[in-house]
Design a protein around this ligand. Sequence first.
Ligand code: ADP
Ligand code: 5GP
Length: 190
Amino acid sequence: MTKEGKLIIFSAPSGAGKTTIVHHLLKKIPGLEFSVSATTRKPRGDEQEGKDYYFISKQEFLHRIAKKQFVEFEEVYSGTFYGTLRTEIERIWADGKTVIFDIDVEGGLHLKRKYDGSALAVFVQPPSLEVLKERLAGRGTDNHDKLKERFEKAEKELNYAPQFDIILKNHDLQTACAEAEELVRNFLQK
Ligand code: ADP
Ligand code: 5GP
């Protein structure tokens, strides 16, 4: 049995800035390692297999569900699955590191409940739904239908913020990154 370590969860509606903040933390704070999720969606931009995601087929995803290989998984968008592999967390803890997640809101709360006591769950909050829409569209990675689906989901997800340990406002990116760094450093010292 691997000794349990700590977990840091960053959740938010799509476009709020969690990936950007998590990448910043990975650069700045030693001892963190990103939990690479499995997904059935196709790679986007310069995303790399095994670094950003494990890109697998739906058939393989369903097979892994049946084998109980996921700590949590979700059909985040209709027909597109995402999930956290148990082996991913165990591998990172076996290296004596802290796992950091970039995960959707329901998945984040699921992990928080499962690992309560060892986890810090942060909700990244955009200034407004309008700004969120601008960021998502500005990222330029999703077509019209995908954007619509993400906006609709985002509206619901904003209501979950109070269930997290901390709400981190992402208005100015530099300020948000600095605050995230302080939060994580304090949590790691505990
Ligand atoms: P998420 O991972 O939550 O979907 P991203 O990190 O991909 O969000 O950010 C969405 C887009 O918004 C990206 O293009 C990113 O560069 C931009 N962005 C993130 N934070 C800010 C901010 N504070 N101000 C302006 N743009 C931002
Ligand atoms: P994207 O397609 O933009 O990379 O991710 C879509 C959403 O799925 C984001 O909110 C992202 O955080 C979330 N996500 C990524 N990995 C996982 C995972 O393992 N489980 C869950 N539940 N959501 C995930």
